[in-house]
Design a protein. Sequence first.
Length: 310
Amino acid sequence: MVDPKDKTPENKVRPPSRQYPDPAAKLKQDPPTTGHSWDGIEEYDNPMPRWWVWIFIITIIWSVGYWIAMPAWPGIQSATQGVLGYSSRANVATEITEFEARNERFFVQLLDTDLDEIREDDELHRFAINAGASVFRAQCSQCHGTGGAGVQAAGYPNLLNDEWLWGGTMEDIHTTITWGIRNEDFADARWSEMPAFGVDGLLDDDEIDQVVNYVLSLSGSDHDAQLAAAGQEHFEINCASCHMDDGSGDYFIGAPSLNTQVWLYGGTPEAIRESIYYSRFGVMPGFENRLRDAEIRAVAAYVHQLGGGQ
């Protein structure tokens, strides 16, 4: 040992230095990896949270119970029924049957009530309009539009006005819906046919232009007065027998009025000329075999109130 008197900083005995780990350095260490590497990117092997693992296990157990209790496994023709025998399709069918049973008394009443007397029973009329609207949207809206405004470019009539091609009484509308127009399915279908004045050579091009302008004049549309005056005679000879001298039409034979601004295929000179030259031949199916009579009566009530009826 060194004598205390001889101690110097150089020969002083020092205890060995201790190395303490840096807590922050431990936190900075990367977790272990799975050994997978993609383009220098490594995949950490972190354990999943315990709560997540337990939820995963519970969902697996629950799914096994669901497979046993509920319809789950698809087969060739049907799925497994499950021990509970649940079927959403059967539930819907049951609900439909229940509602049909509730409404059946109204459908029976519709059959037993004269068409013109349906409006006198507020409850029955309200049911007829609602039921008719439902059938209309499913069977008629494809041509006449959801709201009944029709499609002029295709010749589907607007049902919101008071212009009726085959009559606007409840009986008239019911007949039109039942048998249709110009179809080959029913002998009682509404039927009329306009000549093709241009194709059949009944009028030449100049005469057709004159008639076009006369028709425009009947509705108060812009027209050539000189051509219209010349077209009046041709109109009276060839057209007035169906459309009347004043262009008011004849709804008993489905001849539309020409003295209003309501047009079936359009009121432009081009559209009118095409109608005269080639004629028109719109077809409507009959619903005798598609709907029961009570439903046809309901649709008739619905359509009747759209345009005010006759």
